[in-house]
Design a protein around this ligand. Sequence first.
Ligand code: BGC
Length: 875
Amino acid sequence: MQNIRLDLVSPGHLQGTLTSTTPSISWQVIGEEKNWFQDEYQIRVRFQDHDCWDEISPLQSEESQFVKWPFRPLRSRESFEISVRVKGTNTGFSEWSTPIEGQVGFLVNLENWPAKFIAAASQERVDEPTASETLFRKVFHASKEVKRARMWSTALGIINLEINGQTVGKDYLSPGWTTYEMRLLHQFYDVTHLVHKGGNAIGARVGPGWFSGKFGFDGGVTNIYGDKRAASLFLEVDFVDNSKIQVCTDETWESAFGPIVAVGLYDGETYDANKELYGWSEPEGLTFPGVWSGVDIINFDTAKIEPQAFPHVTKQRLVRPSLLPLTPSGCKILDFGENIVGFLSFKNVVAPKHYTVSFRFAEVMENGELGIRPLREAKATDTYSFKGAAAGELYEPHFTFHGFRYCQINDPQNVISLENLEAVVLSTNMAAIGNFRCDNGLLNQLHANIVRSTVGNFITLPTDCPQRDERMGWTGDIAIFGKTASFLFDCSPMLSNWLKDFWCEQKLNANSKFPYAPPVTVPNMIKYMGHFWNDQISAIWQDCAIYLPKSLFDSTGAAFILEQQYESMEKWIECIPLVPGELRWDKEKVPIQLGDWLDPLAPPDDPLKSVTDAYLVADLFLFLILYMMIDISSIVSPHTTEKYKEWARICKKSFLKNYSNYSGHLTSDTQTAYALALSFGLYESAEQAKYAGDRLSQIVRANDFRISTGFAGTPFVTSALANTGHLDDAYNMLLQKECPSWLYPITMGATTIWERWNSMLPDGTINPGEMTSFNHYALGSVANTLHEVIGGLTMVEPGYKTFQVRSQPGGGLSFCLVYHECPYGKIEVIWKIADSKFQLQVSVPLNTSAKVVMPDGLRHLVQSGTHEFQCPWSY
Ligand code: BGC
């Protein structure tokens, strides 16, 4: 038995704490048994400070996912251990699984958050793009031997914690970015190893982050949620004699300004080591006369505090640079060899006091120099002034991150050598659960780039890009990419948290022009920027309300995500303005649609002018979400299912009437239009679908297999070809290297997915459009084709309880491997072509079934175990 999880929370350090007192329980049964299904299970729990286990009687059931909590409700902050054993249809009970520890977070509906929010005394409002940090400290005495010490913390800003000079957590950028008007997450740390009998000190440093720092494009906004950085935390120490103390932030704490003299998420961090306060988080820290002063108490409604129920942002890996030849203007550039997200750190560097170095980051080079234009207003520069320590100095930034492959280092005295430098890759610490390999190196690189762009854009929330003055939770991007992301990573905990913000933002829009409409970015930055998109709605972007929860449900089987979001979904559908008597978007009321955003045929400076009619796209997605609602409502609210069936039927009729002729020819005769109509099942007859498939193939061929789809059509075009008998065209498109195509960026050295098909032009110059990122996951949704068409793996029952393997070899490939760690265990599909045969090996997890369809049309139904199949095949 492994991978026991509670709701979506996996056990372990910095994985998050539970928001529920009755969490569901899921487990995987791992083993080699053939055709194994679970027949019975038994669960036991050991509550905090109890010696014995409470167990339920064995229950006859195949269920192993999201099993209802069978014990008494847990208490706020309670920890417990849980263990499971199972019996198969023809086997006896297994051993009890190794217990995992669960931890309920601080639940404000069950107890009062005891800590105050503290800011530096009389902190002034800063309206600059960067602001300084604030340090807070408190010395306390532990009079007895410590049994257990735990800390709960949050901040208005970004917080880093220390106890007795030691870092508390290995997390970064906590408490992350949520809809602060309604939700602020708290983190939890077990700090037993850091607190001891005698004098102790807690230190907290808080930077502006998303709360009060500058954020947003077109000049951005500062102090969005408030103008004072503040900390709120408490430490609870349990002594061996069962007594306890709590140390909470309150008016007795001290505050000071520390060495981070200026920092912003976009602009970077300026650190003056001469301003370090030696021993500031230790009980006997040196006193610096006149430096420490008191704190002000800030009003913040603690009812908004919630546990963080998903993994924290942590260091993922380290990347070492090489040095490029000096640029024409004489600059020194480090090349990390891949476009990553995080920061640069150095250690063991000896330099004179006040000597200053700086690092400026960018994703690409242009004309031999650092290509900073795509960053727009983000300065992306970290600066460090040495204190002159003879033993050397080390530094890593605290409150910023950058998207970069290159770094211009300004170090006139050459004190920093390459071996003292490394880049730290940051991301929400999600497990990688899916991958793809084949014998075409370019396709493998494409897949690796998609993975890298996911890692770089999943930093507490799903963002469009990680480098320029944007980095926002654009809803359309993740609507399109959510399915791919949840195949590659265990991201449903983070994304279901973000969906809570999504619904909060809808509630904050209750009285807007379109009541309860979701915004285009979550958290809703657009409203603070006064941007005209604030009161606009568009298909795909707002359709995320339904699209993303459905993708998460399909990949995990977690029906509670659908329940959590159901009101959000219904409210979105209710506010779409429709043409009277029909089910299609009303152009009069909604004059702009983002449509097939960034279709390569649209003018670079006007992506709204895509070749496919944006209302045709919008109406297709309207059908898609209504169709999804049939499924969703049948689980959450069965009495509404008939309504959605009827609406989907009318919507399809309206679509065909308005956009299709009898044969299936569409008013927009484009790749995107046919790809979507086919993939969403809009045609009424097989003849129409055949016509559309053939027409799509003609358009693709006439375009010499180059792409002409944007955000909307990209995830669907290759699979639409493959599923209508045009597999060769699908492969020709996938393997095309001319611009625009998926492999073109790879021929240009891309290591991430670009925002535009031609973010870099063939002559090596950067696309002149002002919106040109080199790390945007959206167009990476093509990975679905790699997984589902080439690999052939698709979900049939949510959570892959049943799945299909229908690999479709082609494109001269002779080998492919795709795997996905589904909730039940690892599915692996490997095929190769040898000796004029197609040979397939499928590993099916226990408790699941697979439908296998071979290229020769033969079908097999198999259960757990590894199975081999073959059929004649030649290219
Ligand atoms: C973002 C996109 C987003 C779009 C919508 C851009 O600036 O980077 O990814 O979806 O705006 O307008």
